[in-house]
Design a protein around this ligand. Structure first.
Ligand code: HMH
Length: 204
């Protein structure tokens, strides 16, 4: 099993995870502030939990994989500050309660911390790949959303996602059939949670 095989096996699930009216309406400039702002404050909460997940991933990664994961953590550091700056720009309070879908996604990420490296690596790749695909597929975004599209859709982020896939593939190459099956269901869980996260934002 490889990351590409997962994408090839479940194109519809991946499509649902990465194509959504929320993104289409951002691109058309018709998204409502209540919808966009919901996404922004909830995604900030997501990113905080994702940071902890990346830290767990680093703690079980083989040393040759440190470079890519540390690069990811560095990018997350910038991303957290960027969310804070954008919240200020849109006059949003970031200290909000997590909506149920966001909470579910955060719990899912936290639960991965005790799982074998291969599963954490596949999950982290799928999470980053989903945003890369979603924002890239709806590029370019008009103002004031341009920088949101660029953040996850840019070429460096695409390269980072390819590197994450390579590392996850290496871990999968030595995985047992049972672990492969678990990796598959984790991939599907990420796809489902991504779709529901867009839906949550869209509902405002
Ligand atoms: C919901 N998925 C979600 N938010 C993000 N910021 C990413 C993936 C990428 O880190």
């Amino acid at each position: 099993m490889t990351c590409q095989k997962l994408l090839d096996t479940y194109p519809d699930r991946w499509q649902d995870a990465t194509v959504h009216p929320f993104l289409q309406q951002c691109q058309e400039g018709t998204i409502l502030a209540a919808q966009f702002n919901t996404w922004l404050v909830q995604d900030y909460q997501f990113v905080l939990a994702c940071t902890r997940m990346a830290a767990c991933l680093l703690s079980v990664a083989p040393t040759p994989h440190f470079d890519v994961v540390l690069g990811g953590l560095g990018a997350i550091k910038t991303e957290i500050l960027w969310f804070q700056a954008n919240a200020a720009r849109f006059h949003l309070d970031l200290a909000v309660e997590r909506q149920p879908v966001c909470q579910e996604y955060c719990n899912f990420m936290a639960s991965l911390g005790t799982q074998p490296y291969a599963l954490q690596a596949v999950a982290f790749w799928a999470i980053e790949a989903a945003y890369n695909q979603a924002w890239r597929g709806h590029s370019p975004m008009p103002q004031p959303y341009t920088e949101f599209g660029d953040r996850w859709g840019n070429n460096d982020f695409s390269t980072y996602v390819i590197n994450l896939a390579q590392q996850a593939d290496e871990a999968l190459a030595i995985a047992t059939p049972d672990l492969e099956r678990q990796a598959e269901s984790i991939f599907l869980e990420v796809a489902r949670l991504e779709r529901e996260f867009w839906q949550m934002a869209y509902a405002g």
